[in-house]
Design a binder for this molecule. Structure first.
Ligand SMILES: Cc1cc2nc3c(=O)[nH]c(=O)nc-3n(C[C@H](O)[C@H](O)[C@H](O)COP(=O)(O)OP(=O)(O)OC[C@H]3O[C@@H](n4cnc5c(N)ncnc54)[C@H](O)[C@@H]3O)c2cc1C
Length: 471
């Protein structure tokens, strides 16, 4: 009996047959994430339903020296949840309980497999919400959000996932169950392991449950959409909004190719007069009276910061405006190979960085006569200094060749980023796809500390091996 068979025999003693998949085709589905760059190859997929089962599965895998890949909604964009070397995928999706909403403590308890949007839907009828929000919320899971320290569209006001986790239960590879920080708001008793788990991309332990912090649901959200001449105007508009509007909750930007591709993909009309504009902004403000919004709009137009603009008149229109932003990634990815960057620089240096990087990309991917070319798209959470750069391959191009060519532009981008003291991964994590870039944002000494911590939590190196760094 090989070690996988021995492992499966051991876990069949406490799992139902319906909790184990071994068929290669079925397993391939769970061994892949949204990045879809690496070829899936896993030995099995298991679906625990309790923390105790996770503990027993990990303990069995540890004793048979079997590598395990924790998996949530698989919306990750850096290959973090991909199993491509015969690992066992540990899918948390069945641990999706949401319960014990406490309005005094402003907390709710969830299983790691709870869908992000389901948490919103559970909480919002009570006038509170978990303010972690982004386009993939309908599929991503809280465990994945924790493991990636997900950002999103309202980081500007609420910060990353890290700010919204009070405590969590995590299981290390040897099967030990830890309850990190319980439900304590204040707890100064040494190292905060809860925070260490957040953003560790499933390399230290498997998160099984969490107590989430909640925020009051805003009374209102006013949503604006503007067309602007160019990116410099975007930064000026942001400076105006940031300094004048205390409850600014989102400031999202996209270039013209992003907007046009999204309009084409979803058959949408232009939200504003496009004219010659090359940059567009979606801005959201919470708890503002209509009169205040009208005053801001007047000032924005008077100062010549925008070319055209609209304000949503009701929730339906607000949702429609958000669609132009939230549909970008799906529209660019649809039917194409895409090489993606997710970088950040200090907000104060964003305009300078954008101008430098934009002209480099435009030169590298300048249109030539005849044939389809790769297209470059810029969009992002400008308020957080976070830019997404997507390079879309032409249809029918040789996939591996395109991805290899696109990757060649990385080195230049990362060198520029290093000069700006920026990050090679603002919110999507390192996973496998950005592993080669880690040293542009973190020092050798820091990476060596990471390896040391990995050795403490997972001495055999079996949990999500090869993710973030190699041992
Ligand atoms: C259209 C689109 C838009 C997106 N927008 C944003 C955005 O605005 N901001 C943003 O931050 N991200 C964004 N993402 C990326 C992605 O949705 C987030 O990273 C999300 O948090 C991943 O959650 P998941 O459940 O899908 O995790 P998965 O993809 O399943 O896993 C991600 C990582 O977490 C690990 N992991 C998963 N569950 C656990 C667990 N229980 N314990 C330990 N480790 C675990 C995995 O091993 C992997 O390393 C977007 C993705 C898409 C497709």
């Amino acid at each position: 009996m090989n070690h996988i068979d021995a492992f499966l025999t051991q876990i069949r003693a406490f799992l139902q047959e319906s909790q184990i998949l071994t068929d290669a085709n079925e397993c391939a589905h769970y061994a892949q994430d949204w990045s879809a760059v690496l070829t899936p190859n896993s030995a099995a997929t298991v679906f625990p339903e309790t923390t105790e089962q996770v503990s027993k599965i990990l303990s069995a895998a540890n004793s048979h020296s079997i590598s395990v890949v924790p998996s949530g909604g698989r919306t990750g964009l850096s290959g973090g949840a991909v199993a491509s070397n015969g690992e066992v995928v540990l899918s948390l999706v069945r641990m999706n309980k949401i319960a014990n909403l406490h309005l005094g403590a402003l907390t709710v308890q969830v299983g790691a497999g709870a869908i992000t949007q389901a948490v919103h839907e559970f909480c919002e009828p009570n006038g509170v919400t978990w303010p972690v929000d982004f386009a993939s919320k309908g599929s991503s899971c809280v465990g994945g959000n924790i493991a990636t320290n997900a950002g999103g569209v309202r980081v500007l006001r609420y910060g990353n996932t890290r700010n919204w986790i009070l405590g969590l239960t995590a299981v290390t590879m040897d099967g030990t169950v830890h309850e990190f920080n319980g439900e304590l708001e204040k707890n100064n008793t040494g190292f905060d392991f809860r925070q260490l788990m957040i953003g560790s991309e499933g390399t230290l332990a498997v998160v099984t449950e969490a107590t989430l912090k909640l925020a009051p649901l805003p009374r209102s959200r006013s949503v604006f959409f503007f067309s602007l001449e160019n990116f410099s105007s975007v930064v000026e508009l942001f400076a105006f909004a940031r300094s004048r509007i205390a409850t600014l909750s989102a400031f999202e930007c996209m270039d013209r190719p992003c907007l046009e591709t999204t309009m084409k993909h979803f058959l949408l009309k232009a939200p504003v007069n496009l004219g010659e504009s090359n940059a567009f902004v979606l801005m959201e403000v919470e708890n503002a009276a209509l009169e205040e919004c009208e005053v801001w709009l007047g000032e924005i137009f008077e100062a010549g910061l925008v070319v055209d603009g609209v304000m949503a008149q009701n929730d339906r229109e607000a949702k429609e405006l958000w669609h132009y932003r939230e549909g970008i990634a799906e529209s660019i990815l649809s039917g194409h190979d895409v090489h993606q960057e997710d970088v950040s620089v200090p907000v104060a240096r964003l305009a300078e960085f954008y101008s430098e990087i934009h002209s480099r990309y435009r030169k590298a991917f300048a249109p030539t006569n005849g044939g389809d070319q790769a297209k470059v798209y810029f969009f992002g959470h400008i308020g957080d200094g976070n830019l997404h750069i997507f390079i879309q391959g032409p249809k029918g191009v040789d996939r591996n060749q395109f991805l290899a060519d696109a990757k060649k532009t990385d080195l230049e981008l990362f060198k520029v980023l290093k000069n700006y003291k920026g990050s090679v991964s603002a919110e999507h994590g390192i996973g496998v796809l950005k592993r080669h870039a880690l040293h542009f944002s973190r020092t050798e000494a820091e990476i060596s500390l990471m390896r040391g911590l990995k050795n403490v939590f997972d001495p055999k190196g079996l949990l999500n091996p090869g993710k973030v760094f190699t041992i």
